[in-house]
Write a new protein. Structure first.
Length: 344
């Protein structure tokens, strides 16, 4: 997990400390050998599974107990800021959606098409974007070309956005927005914020940014087994967008098998099939967004009134519940590791 490999630092001193400590621990902490005492070896084929320990991750030079402690500390600080982001979004009528995928899935192309379509259907709607990449401002420039404001967040060696980054970017969005049409609607009761995360199907799954929902975008060029290979991401998402369906005639991609795989890890996940290039399926996507922005769903977060389920409320609930379960698992594993160390 990236929270213990040194990439989780931020400008917030409290948030940065655990990641800095992790780097030192790789050198100084007493730990298993590089071959890993917490690796499971499949006796049939010799396959190696490094997620077999209590921390579900193996970091050279770091014990499982220390990895658990670091992950708990870092996620706890991030989630505190995420809660603040969520309160800020809700107070200002902002529906924030976290778009996650591997690189090349078509997130930015879909966003550009979505912004243009929303402008036609809802001329008064304020739409803005936070763009996450390791380097360059290419995607933010593409978004700005549509007329929507965008702030680029370059993470350097980081592999995901975190809640402090989103808070900082959101505070700068309208300061640097020079589009008159957006200013005219900046104080609308409802607005839409897309957070395009760094292309990565692993680390962004566990990081709460304060969003109302995670939307996993999967291109049909990637293979229908991705939900099973990267289950944490699809378990955290309330919607899977199967993108680039115009390419299906040229591919060996089993749509139903992909959907079944996604629902094995997340029975509640919704699925929309579309092509951002041809527009096929865009009406379903826009309807989903409209439902996400509806006033009823805007206040249906699990902290308020848990009810049966809209897609956004369900995801928010599922994501927070998953994070709470993970923190509980980490705390229990840490207590067990501490008890074992005492008995030794």
């Amino acid at each position: 997990m990236c929270v213990v490999c040194g990439c989780a630092g931020s400008d917030d001193p409290k948030a940065a400390k655990p990641a800095d400590e992790a780097v030192a621990l790789q050198v100084h902490d007493a730990a298993p050998s590089l071959s890993g005492s917490h690796v499971h070896v499949d006796p049939r084929h010799g396959d190696l599974h490094y997620g077999a320990g209590a921390a579900r991750v193996s970091v050279p030079g770091m014990s499982q107990a220390r990895a658990i402690k670091l992950e708990t500390d870092i996620l706890g600080e991030n989630n505190r800021i995420a809660r603040r982001n969520r309160q800020h979004f809700e107070a200002h009528g902002v529906t924030a959606l976290n778009l996650v995928s591997s690189p090349g899935s078509g997130k930015t192309t879909l966003l550009c098409a979505t912004i243009r379509a929303l402008r036609q259907r809802h001329p008064g709607l304020s739409v803005s974007v936070i763009e996450g990449d390791q380097q360059t401002s290419f995607d933010a420039e593409r978004i700005r070309a549509t007329g929507a404001p965008a702030i680029q967040v370059n993470t350097g060696k980081g592999c995901h956005l975190d809640a402090p980054m989103v808070a900082d970017a959101f505070s700068r969005l309208h300061t640097h927005d020079h589009h008159e049409d957006h200013h005219a609607h900046h104080h609308d009761a409802h607005s839409l914020l897309f957070i395009e995360n760094v292309g990565n199907l692993v680390c962004p799954a566990v990081w709460d940014l304060g969003e109302a929902a995670k939307v996993a975008i999967l291109s049909v060029t990637e293979g229908e087994d991705k939900p099973l290979k990267y289950p944490d991401m699809f378990a955290a998402a309330s919607l899977m967008v199967l993108n680039k369906i115009d390419l299906l005639p040229h591919l060996d991609f089993d749509v139903q098998r992909c959907i079944q795989a996604a629902r094995r890890v997340n029975p509640a996940i919704e699925v929309i099939q579309l092509s951002a290039s041809t527009g096929a399926g865009m009406d379903d996507w826009l309807h989903w967004l409209e439902h996400a922005m509806s006033p009823v769903n805007a206040h249906d977060h699990p902290h308020h009134h848990p009810q049966p389920a809209s897609p956004v409320r369900s995801e928010g609930s599922d994501t927070e519940a998953a994070l709470r379960r993970r923190v509980a698992e980490l705390e229990a594993a840490l207590a067990a590791a501490a008890g074992a160390a005492t008995s030794d």
